[in-house]
Design a protein around this ligand. Structure first.
Ligand SMILES: [Zn+2]
Length: 430
């Protein structure tokens, strides 16, 4: 049984055109009132700034000329084959250019100290050895001294260099950063590179790297119940920099929404088929599909949102075969491409916590953060979303058709009515 009240459809259009929604997994109430859907959604900056020579690679602390402003690098991908380099020492950071790189967040949501103090976690030998090696060369020592000073200034707590190094390399909140802040050859700071501006191949490498990192972080932190994966794009969506990046945060609790879904699953293991996929087919909300994944215009979200479901039998992202990870990547990329560079978005990954008893599909939600909840929402717990799921689907289908003609999305994507009934059949519980 889903959260939609018995006898009440999760999605109805009233005679005046108002659309009322109830989130099937959340119970969230959302109204879309007519006449507001055609407002522009892009957040245009007032005055794009012309870039000085060389500025494109040092716009923020995630840029390629500023590798020393982030913490010791765990992994980078280099060259046309995206070859993996691990534990690049500070003295060699500028010898290659990282297409994507992973390092610990300097200001963690859940810190290394949290795992040490609350769970008695001690770093394993290889991490201790890496911290020691990093400090053993002068460039590495200088790098850690600088970062330790930044952290001490922010927290008011000073650490020894050895402790700081160990926390910086041994944390469980990582950032994955893409090479470009702006497009190669950009003339202004408005020519940003979003997920959708990557090629499908680049996006697949970014995505595959994120899945491998998720697996590594989960294994490295035995007290973690879950690793949250998300991407905030642009400042209104919570990003600190306008430089493409994802975050992975190990936590010791998977949160109330997962608990809630597990309770629903106890009564219906095919919950996501019944409450989401079948509803989407019935209401005409299937946006696109390929042979491994399917995208719906989501029902009952505070913001216009797409939901991409894996159609794999696997539940955990890292247990998916490469072709099925690629299928998820291609659909998520296509949705980012149609969203455009100047729309603030959150990309949120959902998957079964490894210790959960019931099957759950891997799914990714992409939200357009184009409105700000205000007093109406606070007072009523009814959310006003300016674009209803049917309008979101209509726009997406039109834009995907155009992008496909331009060759900007991956091959093998069926759009809108080209999707087949089989495309909405989820196999996570088979
Ligand atoms: Zn940057």
């Amino acid at each position: 049984m889903s959260d939609a009240a018995p006898g009440k459809s999760p999605l109805t259009r009233l005679p005046d055109g108002t659309v009322k929604q109830i989130g099937p997994l959340t119970g969230t109430r959302v109204w879309t009132v007519p006449g507001r859907a055609h407002r522009p959604i892009e957040l245009m900056r007032e005055e794009p700034r012309v870039l000085a020579p060389g500025e494109a690679t040092r716009l923020c602390a995630f840029c390629a000329d500023r590798y020393l402003e982030t913490t010791p690098e765990k992994v980078r991908l280099v060259g046309p084959d995206f070859a993996e380099l691990r534990h690049v020492p500070a003295s060699a950071l500028f010898d290659t250019t990282a297409e994507f790189r992973r390092f610990g967040n300097l200001f963690e949501i859940v810190s290394a100290e949290y795992w040490r103090e609350n769970h008695g976690f001690r770093q394993p030998g290889p991490v201790v050895a890496w911290a020691r090696d990093y400090l053993s060369e002068p460039a590495g020592r200088e790098h850690i001294e600088h970062l330790a000073a930044v952290r001490a200034a922010a927290s008011g707590v000073a650490q020894s260099l050895e402790e700081a190094a160990l926390d910086l390399v041994g944390g469980s909140h990582d950032v994955i950063v893409a090479r470009r802040h702006v497009v190669d050859g950009a003339s202004t700071d408005a020519e940003l590179v979003s997920s959708g501006a990557l090629t499908p191949r680049e996006h697949a490498e970014y995505f595959g790297f994120t899945v491998r990192s998720l697996d590594e972080i989960a294994r490295a932190q035995p007290h973690a119940a879950y690793v949250a994966v998300f991407q905030n794009w642009l400042l209104p969506a919570g990003a600190s920099f306008e430089h493409l990046h994802k975050q992975l945060v190990a936590i010791d609790d998977h949160g109330p929404q997962v608990d809630h879904e597990l309770r629903l699953l106890a009564g219906d293991r095919r919950l996501y088929q019944h409450a989401i996929a079948d509803l989407s087919v019935e209401k005409g909300l299937v946006v696109a599909a390929n042979d491994g994944a399917v995208a719906f215009a989501g029902v009952g979200h505070r913001y216009p949102a797409f939901e991409v479901y894996s159609r794999s039998r696997a539940n955990l992202p890292w247990e998916h075969p490469a072709t099925e990870i690629r299928a998820m990547s291609d659909l998520v990329h296509a949705l980012h491409a149609l969203t455009g560079v100047h729309v603030p978005t959150n990309e949120e990954w959902h998957y079964r916590p490894p210790d959960a008893a019931w099957p759950m599909p891997w799914r990714i939600v992409l939200k357009w953060r184009i409105s700000n909840p205000a007093g109406f929402e606070g007072g009523t717990k009814i959310h006003v979303n300016t674009i209803d799921p049917w309008e979101l689907r209509r726009r997406a289908v039109a834009d995907l058709t155009a992008l496909r003609r331009e060759g900007r999305i991956a091959d093998g994507i069926r759009v809108g009515d080209e999707c087949r009934p089989e495309d909405a059949r989820l196999r996570y519980a088979d």
